[in-house]
Design a protein around this ligand. Structure first.
Ligand code: AMP
Ligand code: MN
Ligand code: MN
Ligand code: MN
Length: 276
């Protein structure tokens, strides 16, 4: 079965509307799809009225969080959308996002980027305000050449716009996901700049806090890395997930459904969800 458990829509920083994403996924052979927007499930509300969707949806979310001083992303997969705990968690994170945007704007002032918040707000299409909008603003005012440079100089790990302190900590996010009936999964484990040893420590802490899975596949990746992550999931007793982290069709390396199979030794995260 073709399954993609990590995708974004216009409800966060993705380019396609929820319905468009579902259509694209189906066209590309995906049968089971999780829309995992950053700190919101609003795409599912938008899809609620749709009569028949061409894919089976698995409700999900990608929470921003932190572990010690590392910013991490935690997927909540197969969550109950009507869960009061989930909706409180989303509200908490939304408030954190707004506060963070103010702090990012403050920090950028020191680099001569003045009064950015009102302009950044104009770029945002909905309640999601994030670093991609700040990046776009920096491009718009000619401070950087492109989005990549904006992250490299101002917004990426360790840069002035990298504000993580507002997010609920890892243990809290895991607890919320479990209470919402979902499976907590560490997203893209190799994107945090951690050594293999340190990643092992993170996974141990993640498990100890009730985390259950890790992404063994995140978009297109070298078979060698897939095998290493597959072995790590087995070694740590974690379920294995796979997702494209799709944001936009132009990023062809992360198109929806463009993901290799999980290694045979892995236990798929969807094993006990009751799907075929
Ligand atoms: P935020 O949710 O506000 O923390 O923004 C994080 C999002 O910014 C990620 O999910 C990516 O979509 C995007 N992002 C992070 N790093 C980069 C980068 N180096 N270049 C382009 N986009 C990035
Ligand atoms: Mn994103
Ligand atoms: Mn992420
Ligand atoms: Mn993502």
């Amino acid at each position: 079965m073709r399954i993609d458990l990590h995708t974004h829509t216009t409800a966060s920083d993705g380019k396609l509307e929820p319905v468009e994403l579902c259509q694209r996924a189906a066209t590309r052979g995906v049968e089971y799809l999780s829309i995992t927007d950053h700190d919101t499930c609003s795409a599912y509300r938008e899809l609620d009225g749709s009569i028949s969707l061409p894919v089976q949806l698995i409700p999900g979310i990608e929470f921003s969080s932190c572990w010690k001083s590392t910013g991490i992303h935690i997927l909540g997969l197969n969550v109950k959308l009507q869960s009061a705990v989930l909706n409180r968690a989303i509200n908490y994170q939304q408030t954190a996002r707004v506060l963070r945007a103010e702090q990012i704007a403050d920090r950028l002032e020191k680099y001569g980027i003045e009064n950015s918040l009102p302009q950044v707000r104009q770029i945002t299409a909905n309640s999601y305000i994030g670093r991609p909008h700040f990046a776009q603003h920096l491009v718009n005012i000619g401070r950087v050449k492109n989005i990549k440079e904006a992250f490299r100089k101002f917004l990426g790990p360790g840069k002035p716009g990298d504000v993580k302190k507002n997010w609920a900590p890892m243990t809290q996010i895991i607890e919320w996901i479990r209470e919402a009936g979902g499976t907590p999964v560490l997203a893209h484990p190799t994107k945090y700049g951690l050594s293999w040893t340190r990643l092992g420590t993170l996974l141990d802490a993640f498990s100890a806090a009730g985390g259950q899975g890790m992404e063994v596949i995140s978009g297109q990746q070298q078979p060698d890395l897939t095998n290493r992550l597959g072995r790590l999931s087995v070694q740590k007793g974690m379920l294995a997930s796979c997702g494209s982290d799709f944001h936009r069709p132009e990023d062809t390396w992360a198109d929806v459904g463009r993901i290799p199979d999980l290694p045979a030794e892995c236990t798929p995260v969807w094993k006990n969800w009751g799907y075929p």
